[in-house]
Design a protein around this ligand. Structure first.
Ligand code: AMP
Ligand code: MN
Ligand code: MN
Ligand code: MN
Length: 300
């Protein structure tokens, strides 16, 4: 079982890298990537934990990109996490994130949240401050009922607590990942609220910018979307990736590794030589391939 997209407390996930890896192993995941937003800080800890559970661990990150005034997410996999061009690129995003956090904090204080920046900082600890942290503050202070409402009413673009931010250029994010020997994946093509035409444009722009793969099976896709994405991938010469985008055990509808197999016409990302050359136990990866390839639609 392969899962190449998940979050820890280093960004907006609720489990530490160690606890996340343990949960993935318990769920039956055999090849696992941690992909926190704009940071590689959790990778060493997650790798150590994955090793103790006998899982193959793949370095991952989810890079925030601004393209055509919209946000895209580029998952990077199997890179050298110490590569200076990647590390420096992520550092610029982390600084932009901190600046934006202060602006969001000021806005939610106007809505009645007290001491927003200090509390967001305390909640995030050494990790990145993300919009879900501010959603939690809006809920804690009784301004919103739940996460969905916090985004819908306040944190989305166009709402009163949204703060504009310029993330990485698409070409930059892909360039950093390639410089670090990694693979660039356009995350969750159905996760941006785009029309079909914009989704097509985004995939084409990603492929033109040198991107390698499209995330086809996620924790929230249905089979029809996966078949559509597989066709898009084939059309643009992209291979296919799979990842739950797990953030928290409270997301009971979405489990680590609970993913369908890639549609039959799709080249799996784990056949990419960069993937198997990544620092991991390659023989283990090889022996696990057969089971995923032959897996039926296992999602109930
Ligand atoms: P950020 O990168 O700090 O802007 O936060 C983005 C994260 O917020 C995403 O990765 C999701 O985990 C979460 N998110 C974005 N939009 C929504 C939404 N409409 N409802 C719930 N969570 C969302
Ligand atoms: Mn997230
Ligand atoms: Mn994402
Ligand atoms: Mn994600």
């Amino acid at each position: 079982m392969i899962d190449l997209h998940a979050h820890s407390t280093c960004s907006d996930g609720r489990l530490t890298p160690t606890a996340l890896a343990a949960r993935a192993a318990e769920a039956g995941v055999t090849t696992f990537a941690l992909t926190d937003h704009d940071t590689v800080d959790g990778l060493d800890e997650a790798r150590t934990a994955a090793d103790t559970h006998g899982m193959t661990f793949i370095n991952g990150v989810e890079i925030s990109v601004t393209w055509q005034r919209r946000t895209l997410h580029v998952v990077g996999l199997a890179f050298d996490s110490r590569n200076p061009s990647l590390v420096n690129g992520l550092a610029t995003l982390q600084k932009a994130r901190r600046d934006r956090a202060a602006r969001i904090a000021a806005k939610i204080e106007k809505l009645g949240v007290t001491d927003a920046m200090a509390r967001a900082q305390a909640m995030a600890g050494d990790g990145q401050i993300t919009r879900p942290h501010f959603a939690r503050l809006l809920i804690e202070d009784g301004i919103c009922r739940n996460n969905h409402q916090a985004f819908k009413k306040h944190l989305r673009p166009g709402r009163d607590a949204h703060a504009a931010i310029e993330w990485a250029a698409l070409e930059s994010a892909i360039g950093w990942l390639h410089a670090a020997g990694g693979i660039a994946v356009l995350a969750h093509p159905f996760g941006y609220g785009f029309s079909g035409a914009w989704r097509q444009r985004a995939i084409a722009a990603f492929a033109d910018a040198g991107g390698d793969a499209l995330e086809i099976c996620t924790g929230t896709t249905d089979r029809q979307q996966e078949v559509t994405a597989a066709r898009d991938a084939a059309q643009h010469g992209l291979v296919g990736s799979v990842g739950s985008d797990f953030h928290a055990p409270e997301q009971f509808w979405l489990g680590l590794g609970r993913l369908r197999a890639l549609p039959a016409n799709t080249q799996p990302i784990w056949r990419d030589p960069r993937f198997s050359e990544a620092p991991s136990d390659a023989s283990q990866l090889r022996s696990r391939r057969g089971s995923q390839d032959g897996m039926d639609d296992a999602l109930s």
